[in-house]
Design a protein. Structure first.
Length: 316
């Protein structure tokens, strides 16, 4: 018999899959599983919907992977080529940052927002650990809140010590598949443990030296939520790489640049050095936030570096 299930854990050789009725099976891939997309380092990711059959010993064999509605990928690590799929088939992606430990980085948020749009995932910005906010942080937090709200993004201030914020997260997650993406130590797993008490996944500490987390979560996992829906917790990532972009496309994913750039003198303006650039004008006039323009330049530069190193630059 052949049935469908969803992959909720993956170690690379074994998978844990969950059926519609929420029963769970251990599964593996047959030796000659066809890899449809060889660009990816993991053929099956958490969130994938698969067809499977059951062996005599009660374990399952994955026969087929269903076409993905979407996926969130990152560049492969450890010098490997290609992409690693963090999670597949998600409705919304939450980019998680924290106040102070580690420090909030708008550059990380901005990269995620650009990528989420390209991946067709609804984004939400989460700033966690607001209980740690000192008096001098209040202004920065308010500014970050204003900035993303004015751009049309949802932003939520949370703390595992603030029940109202946890309840708000539950409401947003109900009946949906959501994923936490963020650096190590910002509190992704802690939030999960608060949202779904009883889950009790291990959390880490923050290094006194680097003010960073210690990569406590090492594999992505999809948690079925008792109130409906799924939440994927992922390992912390230092930087969110940009994939599948051409430099000129990036500004299309900045809501505050998208329309302005039609006034640029050159149609292929990169908004960095060209005369008659409407985006630079808007930035100088204060209509585009400095942090956002910086993020934009960083993204263009890292794409150019990438294309130089792989020699894949397309000419147009
Ligand atoms: N003060 C405060 N500390 C928090 C909060 N949320 C998490 N922490 C602490 O932050 C540390 C790291 O939390 P984790 O949940 O392991 O962070 P993570 O994002 O899952 O990290 P990785 O799994 O390494 O990616 C732990 O010591 C938590 O107790 C919060 O809202 N307020
Ligand atoms: Mg974690
Ligand atoms: Zn321009």
């Amino acid at each position: 018999m052949n049935t469908t299930a969803r992959v909720i854990q993956s170690t690379g050789s074994w998978y844990r899959i969950m059926k519609e009725d929420r029963t769970v099976l251990d599964a593996r891939l047959p030796g000659k599983f066809r890899m449809k997309d060889i660009k990816e380092t993991n053929p099956i990711a958490v969130g994938d919907i698969v067809n499977f059959s059951v062996n005599d010993d009660g374990t399952a064999v994955i026969d087929e992977i269903k076409e993905r509605q979407n996926k969130i990928t990152r560049r492969a690590t450890h010098g490997r080529k290609g992409e690693h799929v963090l999670v597949a088939n998600v409705d919304q992606g939450f980019v998680v940052q924290s106040v102070n430990e580690p420090k909030l980085r708008t550059g990380f948020i901005d990269r995620f927002l650009v990528t989420a749009e390209a991946f067709s995932v609804d984004p939400l910005v989460i700033v966690n650990k607001i209980d740690l906010g000192r008096e001098e942080d209040a202004e920065e937090i308010a500014h970050v809140m204003d900035l993303y709200e004015s751009l049309g993004y949802g932003i939520l201030l949370t703390s595992i010590y603030d029940d109202a914020s946890i309840e708000e997260l539950r409401n947003i997650m109900k009946e949906k598949t959501s994923v936490f993406i963020g650096p190590s130590g910002v509190g992704k797993t802690s939030l999960l443990n608060s949202i779904e008490p009883g889950i009790d996944r291990p959390i880490g500490e923050i290094s006194k030296f680097s003010n960073k987390g210690k990569h406590t979560t090492t594999f992505a996992e999809l948690i079925p939520l008792s109130f409906g829906g799924f939440l994927a917790d992922t390992p912390g990532i230092r930087e969110f790489g940009l994939i599948h972009f051409e430099a000129w496309e990036i500004s299309l994913f900045f809501p505050e640049m998208k329309d302005v750039q039609q006034e640029c003198r050159y149609y292929n303006c990169t908004h960095i050095h060209e005369p008659g650039c409407a985006v630079m004008e808007a930035y100088k006039d204060g209509h585009i936030a400095a942090s956002r323009y910086d993020s934009y330049i960083n993204m263009v530069e890292s794409l150019e570096d990438e294309q130089k190193s792989t020699g894949s630059r397309k000419r147009g």
